[in-house]
Write a protein that binds this ligand. Structure first.
Ligand SMILES: [Zn+2]
Length: 275
């Protein structure tokens, strides 16, 4: 790596470093939300407008209900811990899309999509809360911003850190949108293909699992269901083409073990929520 590149990365990390709520992990997130969120919202609209959205019925209502309960639990936690600014400018939305894809994702700023193909695996409302908790935690922890920042800085596209993201997005709108969709784990139909969804990195996956367990518990959903859900998912991948969610969310023994080790803590929040 060239010296200049190392200096640039070091500067970007210094300027852009922040801590993830609850886990306290330091991350590089150099793209200002004032620039990232409008881009995310317009790309979400683009996906929604070209998808078969289910707006009524019990499944659509369930997605909304779980989304709103988890969002309220998360926001109340953030308010009491001086983290409210982390979701400033978010515009939460929980959409159910008719599609055989076994997938769900959340774009920066709280834009969630569930595909009907995942419902046989979630099986019940608590199973939906497992996936919802995980997805909204990606948004809270700004994993999309982190992945885009790392990728833009490493490719040398984002040199002046914060200020120049707008310029990059303007100069390369398609590339920037593609990067955002891939960072969120969106698998688009072939006609809209922008490259394969990026596998989420393990660090971010385990972090979203942990935060998700806590928020589902705070919202009054039994976090034990997470073990059942990920066990069902890991069996689904065997022998056949693995579901889309598994292509971006590797599920293995490590993930389930980690969740099991975090359950005692999550159960405290669950019991407090039920009191
Ligand atoms: Zn994930």
């Amino acid at each position: 790596m060239k010296k200049a590149m190392i200096v640039m990365l070091a500067v970007a990390i210094f300027i852009g470093c922040q801590r993830v709520p609850i886990t306290g992990r330091r991350q590089l997130a150099v793209i200002p939300n004032s620039q990232l969120l409008p881009l995310s919202f317009s790309n979400y609209r683009g996906v929604i407008d070209t998808s078969r959205v289910i707006r009524s019925g019990s499944d659509a209502q369930m997605i909304q209900r779980v989304g709103n309960r988890l969002r309220e639990a998360m926001e109340s936690y953030l308010r009491s811990n001086n983290y409210a600014s982390r979701v400033e400018g978010f515009q939460w939305e929980f959409t159910l899309i008719q599609s055989p894809q076994v997938n769900a994702w959340c774009m920066p700023g709280g834009k969630v999509a569930f595909y009907t193909g995942i419902l046989p695996y979630t099986q019940n409302e608590t199973g939906v809360a497992v996936v919802m908790g995980h997805e909204i935690s990606h948004a809270l922890a700004e994993h999309g911003n982190e992945r885009m920042s790392e990728s833009l800085v490493a490719s040398g596209l984002l040199q002046g850190a914060q200020a120049s993201f707008g310029a990059v997005a303007q100069a390369r709108p398609q590339q920037t949108s593609a990067l955002l969709l891939r960072a969120a784990g969106v698998v688009l139909p072939a006609a809209y293909q922008v490259g394969r969804a990026l596998p989420h990195n393990r660090k971010q996956e385990l972090e979203a699992d942990k935060l998700g367990l806590i928020f589902m518990a705070m919202a009054g959903y039994n976090p034990n269901e997470a073990v059942q859900f990920w066990t069902r998912m890991s069996k689904a991948g065997n022998g056949r083409k693995p579901p889309e969610l598994l292509s971006t969310h590797p599920s293995d023994a490590r993930r389930i073990r980690d969740i099991q080790s975090q359950l005692p803590e999550a159960m405290k929040y669950y019991q407090a929520a039920r009191r």
